[in-house]
Design a protein around this ligand. Sequence first.
Ligand code: NDP
Length: 475
Amino acid sequence: MRNYLKHYINGEWVESTGNETEDVINPATEEVIGTISLGTKEDLDKAVQAARDAFPSFSQTSKEERIKMLENIAAEYENRKEEIIETITEELGSPKSISENVHYMMGYNHFSQAAESLRDFSFIEDRGGHTVMKDSVGVSGLITPWNFPTNQISTKIASAFAAGSPVVAKPAELTPFAAIILTEIFDKVGVPKGAFNLVNGSGSVIGDGISSHPDIDFVSFTGSGAVGQKIMQNASERIANVALELGGKSPLVVLEDADVEKAARAAVSHIATNSGQVCSAATRVLVPSSMKDSFEEAVKKVLPEFPVGDPQGDNHIGPLVSKKQWDTVQSYIEKGQEEGATLLVGGTGKPEGLDKGYYAKPTVFTDVNNDMVIAQEEIFGPVTCLITYDTIEEAIEISNDVKYGLAGYVFGEDEQTLAKVASSIRAGRVKINDAEADFAAPFGGYKQSGIGREWGDYGIEEYLEVKTVLGYPKL
Ligand code: NDP
């Protein structure tokens, strides 16, 4: 049992001022695996005060000191590798291979990339007639969701630290333990007192408290659009800046000359990895009408490569994070059938033999029209839609006919067509074929997928204010 009943404020683990607690459930076993304290507004005020007190010195640390701190964090993170993998598997239900190759790896890369990006980062620029300086934004409030317990919080903290911004963080109640390990890492490597504060608690108390706190200068949030809107409203009361990463309904465009099996494998992999609980997952697969039959066959052929089952075993798809998320996914599968889409594979209910745990069947709908609810709303589970198109122009139009714009994917050979589709998709990140991940590349969305960019130097910019000085001495 992991019982973490303290918050981390001003460089110390401290008792909560309240006595409410919340059990954390392993979604694969439905058993309680630990408990956290639900913080109060008083806990939050103390954390914000600690961050404020740390601001004058933390914001003035040198670039070299911050690089060293980020490198030390990355090194200590590596030392805790096995524990991080085990923890994420338990709290999220993510299969061990995904916990290692996706979750652990992303956290590590954000800290090491921030150190790397900082090396070439200029905080002062002589632009001839004027000088531009980049100052820490102040105190940052970070609110993160459950689907990537190390990724989102790590990219936010790494960028904030690189910019010299002290942090107050609130992870999701459903998966709070990875953030506690991170906090232990910061404590061990000697992150300055008050520069990092962790207050566990509910979204309605601590999350809302962060977004409306008069002493928090900048709020970075990842999660649902509905909460993103509330955060923006709260922050607008004091004209505080926000960065929002709010999910998507991303297209994967299969071109006529694509390798059908490779594209089908990618399409299934998008809803299989992390059980489809991925904001940038492709969940609308656009296939040329002429390829419909061969693509459907390829989907059925590759599906067994993604077994569903116990995350402690050799499976690719674990359970969904919670009963609530399982219910949501079920209702979307029902909705798709009511709307007249055809179930190619999967459907409602649990996969055979998996009665315990929040397991859902990987589900592929075909004969989907882009106007259907299942093609427009983020399902956040192992469900995708096959939509046919006849011309490249139509594929582009369908790709963009959605309120989101986080990501897009294109599969094919002809470079002119790949470039045309990639540059026409209205989204913050487009991936062509199997292009490699790059942690220096900015991440964020167009339209209702959010505001701002994370990762690498663009991520650091979010935590900075720009100051112009006219007549600055030529030192
Ligand atoms: P939420 O947006 O509710 O939760 C995300 C984070 O925000 C959590 O830490 C949560 O706290 C916190 N939060 C909740 N309410 C408030 C509030 N009023 N003010 C400030 N913070 C708050 O997402 P859900 O977990 O409810 O998931 C619902 C849907 O959102 C998913 O099905 C998916 O579609 C989408 N989503 C998108 C994500 C993305 O990566 N863009 C990530 C997660 C979800 P707590 O949960 O501890 O109360």
